[in-house]
Design a protein around this ligand. Structure first.
Ligand SMILES: Cc1cc2nc3c(=O)[nH]c(=O)nc-3n(C[C@H](O)[C@H](O)[C@H](O)COP(=O)(O)O)c2cc1C
Length: 187
């Protein structure tokens, strides 16, 4: 039983963050969740009604939801021990903020804390195309040990639905956070 932080920022693919939380909870872990203010807007635009209802009313006995600017939350401090943090999806704005140490929201502060404490940080950046600025920010963070997992399908797994692609990405993210889950693997 471990403690994880999941941040959901306003990039496309909010469902991926939601699925990461559900998978961690299903494995018996505790999840501290922080959803950026803009992520709610993105969720409204891209989720179907049923998923959006589930997302906005997401509750679980081991899920602790923090307000976007609550800097008194435990995850804002390095003294609060967590195994790893994932930002799923990660917007280019949040990527840029983290890469230059800008901790102006709880999500970004928690990422800053994860880095300064030398804990595992996993980012799922979503943007197309990627500019040199985006790539430089990713490179800078990758060199600090951050796992960068773009939400891409593995065509060799022959995904039939978008849910198959989502589950694959979620599996890769959780694995990088040190959690073994089942997803289609090669070989
Ligand atoms: C429907 C929708 C989709 C978006 N998709 C992306 C995206 O894929 N990548 C991205 O970097 N920003 C995207 N944005 C813009 C971000 O939401 C915006 O930059 C926001 O300020 C990010 O703030 P945050 O990182 O604090 O959540 C999208 C916005 C909307 C409304």
């Amino acid at each position: 039983m471990a403690r994880f932080v999941i941040g959901i920022s306003g990039a496309s693919g909010v469902i991926l963050g939601y699925k990461c939380c559900r998978a961690l909870l299903a494995e018996g872990h505790n999840v501290h969740l922080v959803i950026s203010s803009d992520a709610h807007l993105t969720a409204k635009e891209e989720m179907d009604n049923e998923s959006l209802q589930k997302f906005t009313k997401f509750q679980h006995e081991r899920l602790i939801l923090h307000a976007p600017r609550d800097f008194t939350a435990p995850i804002a401090s390095g003294t609060f021990e967590v195994q790893a943090m994932g930002i799923v999806p990660c917007s280019m704005a949040t990527l840029a903020a983290i890469s230059c140490g800008l901790a102006d929201t709880l999500l970004r502060r928690a990422a800053d804390v994860t880095l300064k404490e030398g804990r595992k940080l996993v980012l799922v950046p979503r943007e197309l195309p990627l500019s040199a600025i985006h790539l430089e920010n990713m490179l800078k963070l990758a060199r600090l040990g951050v796992s960068i997992i773009p939400p891409q399908p593995a065509w060799y797994t022959h995904p039939k639905t978008i849910e198959d692609v989502e589950d694959f990405v979620v599996g890769r993210v959780l694995e990088q956070m040190g959690v073994k889950v089942n997803y289609p693997r090669w070989g």
